[in-house]
Write a protein of this length. Structure first.
Lengths: 231, 263
């Protein structure tokens, strides 16, 4: 969810920039290192960023007819890791603000924190933990993408509650209200995105699994197991 | 195919005015709006920037209104929460839901109004930039900011491929729709997944091809772009300065009045 331009009052939008900028710097450092080692990665990362942008501008099929867009960040974090996803996230969010009028410039810091940093990081941690615990690959992807989407909304609610604490209940009071409206309505959509991401990986493995092996997302043995021993 | 703001910017009559002037005007509006404690300042910014977009930028008014309605859902929900939970002062009205008292008081309502005006002002500034300045022009600005080269290269290449992949995605989507690929939830989920995975594989292959093509043309990690000189003419500067002075005036008057009313 994008926080609109001008929505966060003065100390908060600067503070979220203070939070996001060091992470982005670290991401750029990692990116520079990766690119200087393997120059063929830059075009690949560029098309990956474009892919995330297009993914997030597609409408997710939903039951009620209300439109929602997948965040795509869970998938990006699984494919490229959280540091690079953060850098791609900044560019995607900037383009979304300028092309589609989603989000804004002063709120870019807050939006990067929720959609580019914390959500992908959650997805990445869940994915790594799940793969280590030897759970089925598709289940892990489903969980990672679902929680990345949902945690993004929880973080956004927290950001709004911090900026606008309730008179009676303080921060917790308004956090409950923002969570009730944004995080609960997002649960079915998050599950939808999780299912979609798992299906996407299923199709990719069926058609061209070497792309995933090359990115070190999964090992060749896992692919063979998923395809069945005959494959 | 949905039209993006960039399409309008490329055709905009303001496209060839100086980038720094436009960025200055927009940045000024955004910062003044967000630092104001009185809703009058962001509202006047919103009116000025909308008029500039509609008259100088010749954006169709119907499209502009539709654009402003886009973020409305998010803003309305959040403002209702702020009105109910924020601020003090005498209560205006309230009701009980399941033994829980909900009320709107003057402090909350004025805060909600202020946030609404700030969002409106900020969105109008952002739309002005988005509808008059194509991304191609902003790249030369980005190059001057001293961000790492790889970051700027990445954003330039991404910009190019966004449009390529949007085309691919829309073609696949149309093809799927005419074959009843979206007639119920389960089918649409599968169609969507097929679309996305095909898109991923296409982009992967495209990335490999691009590397080969660029390497063959001696790409060394730095693309040169031609930056045109865009002189500012007197009337533009005069108009921007008048606008800024007027907004600063409104800022002092309205925020000054606010301080008086606090005493």
């Amino acid at each position: 969810m994008h926080i609109m331009e001008g929505f966060l009052p003065s100390p908060w939008w600067q503070l979220w920039f203070v939070f996001s900028i060091p992470v982005i710097m670290f991401g750029m450092y990692r990116l520079n290192k990766l690119v200087s080692e393997r120059r063929d990665l830059l075009p690949l990362l560029a098309v990956a960023g474009a892919f995330i942008f297009v993914l997030s501008s597609l409408k997710l099929p939903s039951v009620t007819g209300s439109s929602s867009h997948p965040t795509g960040t869970g998938m990006a974090a699984i494919l490229f890791g959280p540091a690079v996803t953060a850098v791609l996230g900044v560019i995607v969010l900037l383009y979304q603000a300028l092309f589609l009028a989603h989000g804004g410039l002063t709120t870019l810091g807050a939006n990067v924190a929720s959609m580019g940093i914390i959500g992908p990081l959650a997805a990445y941690l869940i994915y790594k933990a799940g793969m280590k615990a030897n759970i089925n690959f598709y289940v892990v992807v489903f969980l990672a993408a679902t929680f990345a989407d949902w945690i993004t909304y929880v973080v956004t609610s927290t950001q709004l509650a911090l900026a606008f604490p309730s008179q009676t209940g303080g921060f917790m009071g308004s956090l409950q209200a923002f969570l009730a409206i944004f995080a609960t309505t997002q649960v079915p959509l998050a599950i939808m995105e999780g299912a979609l991401t798992a299906l996407i990986f299923k199709y990719i493995i069926q058609v061209k699994s070497d792309a995933l092996v090359e990115l070190k997302v999964i090992s060749q043995e896992t692919v063979n197991k998923l395809r069945g021993i005959t494959a | 195919m949905t039209k993006m703001l960039d399409d309008y910017a490329l055709l905009s009559p303001l496209r060839y005015t100086n980038n720094w002037l436009k960025i200055g005007v927009v940045g000024f509006g955004i910062l003044m709006g967000i630092s104001s404690q009185a809703p009058l300042v962001p509202f006047s910014i919103a009116i000025c920037m909308s008029l500039a977009t509609l008259i100088f930028g010749r954006v169709p008014p119907k499209f502009y209104l539709k654009l402003l309605m886009g973020p409305a859902v998010f803003v309305v929900f959040s403002i209702i929460i702020i009105a109910f939970f924020f601020g003090g002062g005498p209560e205006l009205f309230g009701f009980n839901v399941l033994d829980y008292h909900l009320g709107v008081n003057t402090g909350g309502l004025s805060m909600a109004f202020l946030v609404f005006s700030r969002t409106l002002g900020g969105m109008c500034c952002l739309f002005f930039l988005a509808l008059t300045t194509p991304m191609v022009e902003l790249f030369s600005v980005l190059k001057k900011t001293g961000l790492p080269d790889s970051f700027i290269e990445l954003s330039m290449m991404m910009y190019r491929y966004i449009f390529v992949f949007l085309d691919v995605a829309w073609c696949i989507k149309h093809a799927q729709t005419v074959r009843l690929g979206y007639h119920d939830l389960k089918t649409s989920l599968h169609s969507m997944a097929m679309l996305c995975s095909t898109l991923f594989l296409r982009s992967w292959e495209q990335g490999e091809k691009t590397f080969v093509a660029m390497n063959a043309r001696c790409y060394d990690g730095k693309m040169m772009i031609f930056e045109e000189k865009r002189p500012v003419n007197f009337s533009e500067v005069a108009l921007s300065l008048t606008y800024m002075v007027a907004i600063v005036g409104v800022w002092y008057v309205s925020n000054g009045m606010l301080e008086v009313s606090f005493w």
